[in-house]
Design a protein around this ligand. Structure first.
Ligand code: ADP
Ligand code: 5GP
Length: 211
């Protein structure tokens, strides 16, 4: 018997430098695959005008976040662009009971921690076609002030250096093409032999019973 239960539950991590388009692609995935539950992280950064507490993030202050760290409430956490972000263990438990998978929008530090704890997790890294285009998108989104924008652009190289921990890399040049690749990964991962072993065995049992 395998010690790690490999089943139909998909743990999908999406990471990218800020502005490459992972939120855009994640939102498309969430629309097409509602059975993949989006993991709502906790963060100490302030909400953007369109963000709703409990939907994009659980927005908390630093004291609350640090208390969660102290009581071991996180599956992973990291300091990213000068703020704290973390995935609570509860988010993963909720997905396991309510959904067929979980979608993490987290940085490379979080991806590394999740993969260490849950090696069956699949990591997808989204890249911009160029750093110039990354800057254009980040500025075009207009959600960060100048200081935060510069920090995010400076951190981009550090993010890209960690491409090696991911299973797939998608260049988000044309969004339709990039999304086509991402949904292709979901279908391919769902079709892995290891995830279908129980189904194969059930078919074999059925044919054996008929003898
Ligand atoms: P991230 O979540 O990685 O920080 P977003 O999904 O917020 O990035 O995308 C950053 C900006 O770039 C948004 O304004 C988004 O609409 C835009 N964008 C995303 N993908 C593309 C693309 N393929 N071509 C042009 N603009 C894009
Ligand atoms: P943003 O502030 O643009 O929403 O996110 C900034 C960065 O933090 C992104 O790279 C995003 O993937 C990452 N992030 C969001 N939630 C988490 C989390 O729970 N853990 C970690 N490690 N990173 C996160």
């Amino acid at each position: 018997m395998a010690t790690t239960p490999i089943d139909d539950f998909l743990l999908l991590i999406i990471s990218s430098p800020s502005g490459a388009g992972k939120t855009t692609l994640c939102n498309r995935l969430r629309g097409e695959f509602p059975e993949l539950r989006f993991s709502v992280s906790h963060t100490t950064r302030a909400p953007r005008p369109t963000e709703v507490n409990g939907r994009e993030y659980h927005f908390v202050d630093e004291a609350y976040f640090k208390e969660m760290v102290r009581i071991d409430a996180f599956a992973e956490w990291a300091r990213v662009h000068n703020h704290y972000y973390g995935t609570s263990l509860q988010e993963i438990d909720l997905a396991r009971t309510k959904a067929r998978g979980v979608l993490f929008d987290i940085d490379h530090q979080g991806a590394r921690q999740i993969k260490a704890k849950l090696p069956e997790a699949v990591g997808v890294f989204i890249l911009p076609p160029s750093l110039q285009e990354l800057e254009r998108r980040l500025r075009g989104r207009g959600t960060e002030d100048e200081q935060a924008t510069v920090r995010r652009l400076q951190n981009a190289k550090g993010e890209i250096e960690h491409y090696g921990i991911f299973d797939y890399v998608i260049v988000n040049d044309d969004v339709e093409q990039a999304y086509g690749k991402l949904r292709g990964i979901v279908f391919a991962e769902r079709s892995r032999r290891a995830r279908k072993a129980a189904l194969c065995e059930a078919l074999l049992l059925e044919s054996r019973d008929k003898v």
